[in-house]
Ligand binder design. Structure first.
Ligand code: 0JX
Ligand code: SF4
Length: 323
């Protein structure tokens, strides 16, 4: 009897993946607030769209609520990385809540653009997903001026006041390629459409898409670690499928992986969304190693070294403590 050499099974791990600077800052803001002020610390909405992060912070004393009305007066509430509209800030001030704003600075940048263009009488075509918290926050800066464009199919129906005074902005976590297509369709319809002063799709979203493209071309299956409400994570699955992967799945952690996905597969690609802790990726690697995928190679497409300072409300108090 001759024994056949087993087919080598390998994993290509994308880099960059996982936490971006905005998520790192937001999660740390809740952790530091718990350390500095003690539990409970209220958080409006999920601090980032990841079930594991939310669960871990809950275990440490964070209380996640949908609206500021659920926060007792004088309590501390953290606003999530996705940002909030001015109406939410006003409501929190009216109720005398102590706020820590963990909105990512790159989301704040889009808010500022929306305010500035609205003040100059522009209509704003905001490309983004309806119902997403970031879109609600940005649109809330100029509700009478913002028109949501939820994908290419919405281009034909969007109504504007003055087609000669029009700018497009976007959610930070969209597919770069899809947004490029949506913008070029918008420009066919509105030739005077102005571009934003700089990219609204953030560096982390862009870099994770560049990195997944590189591994997707070389893998039959791409596993993306991320939660089902995470826009940037879901985009990674779509980008992988568009760039050569035969199959791609979004999983919260290793326990979601089905053995049948691995049948006949020799190369698995692996990445994770911007809200995903690295330990979940390590869990997937261990799961795959136990099934013969022991050869692991990390493919770095872009070097990232962005960091953001903690929210100023917190920095002020942390300085006092450590003085
Ligand atoms: O759903 P999103 O991708 O916008 O959020 P998530 O998964 O929490 O990612 C990080 C936060 C992004 C804010 O722009
Ligand atoms: Fe900020 Fe981009 Fe991260 Fe969103 S995905 S929190 S915009 S760095």
């Amino acid at each position: 009897m001759t024994s056949q050499a087993p087919t080598p099974r390998r994993v290509l791990v994308a880099k960059p993946r996982g936490y971006c600077a905005g998520v790192d800052r937001a999660v740390q803001a809740v952790e530091k607030a718990l350390e500095r002020y003690g539990a409970p610390i209220y958080v409006r909405k999920q601090i980032v769209h990841n079930t594991h992060v939310v669960k871990t912070l809950e275990e440490r004393g964070a209380v996640f609520v949908d609206e500021t009305e659920e926060v007792p007066e004088d309590a501390i509430v953290v606003f999530s990385a996705h940002g909030v509209s001015p109406a939410v800030h006003h409501e929190a001030a009216r109720r005398r809540l102590r706020t820590i704003d963990a909105t990512c600075p790159l989301v704040t940048k889009v808010h500022n653009e929306a305010r500035r263009f609205a003040a100059q009488d522009y209509d704003i075509l905001l490309i983004g997903h309806e119902g997403h918290e970031e879109v609600e926050g940005t649109a809330g800066e100029a509700p009478e001026r913002v028109r949501l464009v939820d994908g290419i199919d919405a281009v034909g129906t969007v109504q504007v006041k003055d087609p000669s005074r029009l700018v497009w902005l976007s959610q930070t976590t969209l597919s770069v390629d899809e947004t490029t297509q949506t913008v070029s369709r918008l420009k066919e319809r509105f030739p005077n459409l102005l571009d934003p002063p700089s990219d609204d799709i953030c560096y982390a979203t862009q870099n994770r898409q560049v990195a997944v493209k590189e591994i997707a071309a070389r893998a039959q299956l791409v596993i993306v670690v991320g939660s089902s409400n995470s826009s940037n994570s879901k985009r990674l699955v779509e980008v992988a499928l568009d760039h050569g992967a035969d199959a791609s799945h979004l999983v919260d952690d290793a326990s979601f992986i089905k053995d049948e996905w691995l049948e006949g597969v020799t190369t698995v690609g692996l990445t994770s969304g911007a809200s995903v802790p690295e330990e979940l990726v390590a869990g997937v690697l261990a799961h795959l190693a136990a099934r013969g995928f022991a050869d692991v190679e990390e493919i770095e497409s872009v070097h990232e070294n962005v960091r953001f300072a903690l929210p100023h409300e917190l920095r002020k108090d942390l300085r006092v403590t450590t003085a």
